[in-house]
Design a protein around this ligand. Structure first.
Ligand code: PEP
Ligand code: MN
Length: 258
């Protein structure tokens, strides 16, 4: 059902008036994790000031180590929603447990399914059964075909509002956190009718590469870019090395607008 052979025209995913996949790039910006109201509120104001509409922030964080900050859970989602509502923004946040989905629906506008859960089939089925857009990230070592099949799980349950997100894959290369598979963008655009975004933060893991990779993403036809922004990345509770501070975020947007 996600195949372009089945549906030749582009799917446009509408999120509170923002149309992802309509030819104008969309941006999903915000901190890695929701840490406090003050933190997300400062980022929400900056996102609004750039004329953007989609605010991200992790409340349920899938961390490699069980001893790292696990996120504020539902409380974090409520904080994010409050900060987003105050600026008229839409909320994009990850759900890791299908059991949390129903309660979370009240607080989010886009259900993010993270790389580690791309093949959590019960979560995919749950997200496919509700009436909310889904931002599906490519698995850490998933082939494009496996990625497309994961989207198929969602659409086959009735939810066709899916945004695919390339976020880098694991290779032998260690200069970047993951290897951004830029060619996945035009391949996914050719093979599916879904909008495709690129997460430049988790793919590169390097602040100095956010702007060039975002330019590359838009040049190859991505419908949008995701990146992380934190008021003070040095003290961030997760992904401290790769989040942009607010002045850097403004110059990042300025450069991309050119
Ligand atoms: C995220 O976007 O917050 C995240 C954890 O990314 P990924 O699932 O791509 O690792
Ligand atoms: Mn992160």
């Amino acid at each position: 059902l996600v195949s372009r052979k089945k549906k030749p025209e582009d799917t446009v995913v509408e999120i509170k008036g923002e149309k992802v996949g309509n030819g104008t790039p969309s941006f999903v910006m915000g901190p890695c994790a929701v840490e406090s109201y003050e933190q997300v509120s400062e980022v929400a104001k900056a996102v609004k000031a750039e004329g953007l509409t989609l605010l991200r922030g992790g409340a349920f964080k899938p961390r490699t180590s069980p001893y790292d900050f696990q996120g504020l859970g539902l409380e974090g989602l409520k904080i994010l929603k409050q900060a987003a509502d105050e600026q008229g923004l839409a909320v994009v946040s990850e759900i890791v447990n299908p059991g949390d989905l129903e309660e979370a629906l009240e607080y989010l506008d886009v259900i993010q399914i993270g790389a580690r859960n791309m093949q959590n089939f019960e979560l995919l089925k749950a997200a496919g059964s509700v009436n909310k857009p889904v931002l599906l990230k490519r698995g850490l070592s998933a082939t494009i075909s496996e990625f497309i099949n994961a989207a198929e799980y969602i659409i086959s349950r009735g939810n066709e509002n899916i945004i695919l997100c390339e976020r880098g894959i694991r290779t032998y290369e260690k200069a970047t956190r993951n290897t951004l598979d830029i060619s996945a963008v035009p391949i996914l655009k050719q093979e599916t009718h879904l909008p495709v975004m690129v997460d430049v933060t988790h793919s590169t893991g390097r602040r100095d590469l956010l702007l060039p990779t975002a330019k590359a993403a838009l040049a190859v036809g991505a419908d949008g870019v995701m990146a992380e922004v934190h008021p003070d990345p040095a003290v961030a509770l997760s992904d401290s090395a790769q989040q942009m501070d607010i002045p850097t975020f403004h110059s990042f947007m300025e450069e991309l607008k050119k």
